[in-house]
Design a protein around this ligand. Sequence first.
Ligand code: DP6
Length: 349
Amino acid sequence: MKMYQFLKVRHHKEFMHDIQSLFVKNIIGNTQARIKERGTAFAPSNIALCKYWGKRDAALNLPINSSLSISLGHLGTRTELRVCDEDVVYLNGQLQSLDADFAQRISVFLDLFRPALGTVHFEVRTENNIPTAAGLASSASGFAALVMALDDLAGWGLDKKELSMLARLGSGSASRSVFDGFVQWHAGDKPDGTDSFAEKLPIEWPEFRIGILELSTAKKPIGSRDGMNRTVETSELYKSWPKQAAANLETLRTAIENHDFPSLGETAECNALSMHATMMAAWPPLIYLQPETIEQIHKVQRVRSEGLEVFLTMDAGPNIKLLFLEENETAVSAAFPDLKMIKPFGAEE
Ligand code: DP6
């Protein structure tokens, strides 16, 4: 990297850090920390039915559109924090190199909170119980669990709205993982980000099922963050996305309130495919779908035309998540034998 490019990147990082630090300071305010020996928390992973795709502010991680997700019950991340002499990060029992992306992202995020706690370092132990093979992103549950564990350790007693805003700084989708069940992340429109937080919808739907179809474990050529930035900057189709997402979100809310599954399924599937259309119209094009993905999309359409009520959604990757109800569990499992079945409202199995 040339020297002036390096300086530009460094200044950019410092600028982001300063803005985020101020945001954190405003939320924690003068709340006195009473640091305990250990802080722990669990946060569920989540899958968006109306996707977050596009940022209006990179530093505060503010989205262009509101989104709506379902949390995955007991599947997610458990994190334990202890104060110690230097940062140490474990993932599923394995010590992580501090230079690697995973530990770096955690350490940079923790930097935002150190001033409020004195000069401290942490031992971070994080366990994901989502099979990595299921191809589900863990940054959402990871940052939500980290913020909640910090709150537990420091004894700040922050409310869920505040925790959601803090988790958002780590990863946008993490703002939704602070809650169970159906969750809406309000995009907000204030430049200071104080009206951009997630909220739980007070509706249970115990018959709701999600099936993960793991189709490829290949590393994604480009992550969500860069992918959405490229889409916003270059995709002509992105211009229609905010309006569509707003309309989809309203339809989804009504469908959830009325337990209207066909309306929910159609809207979620259309929303996911529309997001992929905006990505494909970016330059260079973003094509996360693999041949197996296309094959399974056609299969979902075929079994649906034969009368099975099953819909799909996808994130920035090649894997498919099927949406269906308990009454069709057996039929969906028969049609898609390698499915990993999730009961978002179910008790731990
Ligand atoms: C396609 O939350 O991973 O999964 O805020 O940059 O960390 P950052 O992005 P991230 O993006 C998630 C994108 C998505 C849709 C969604 O979960 O809403």
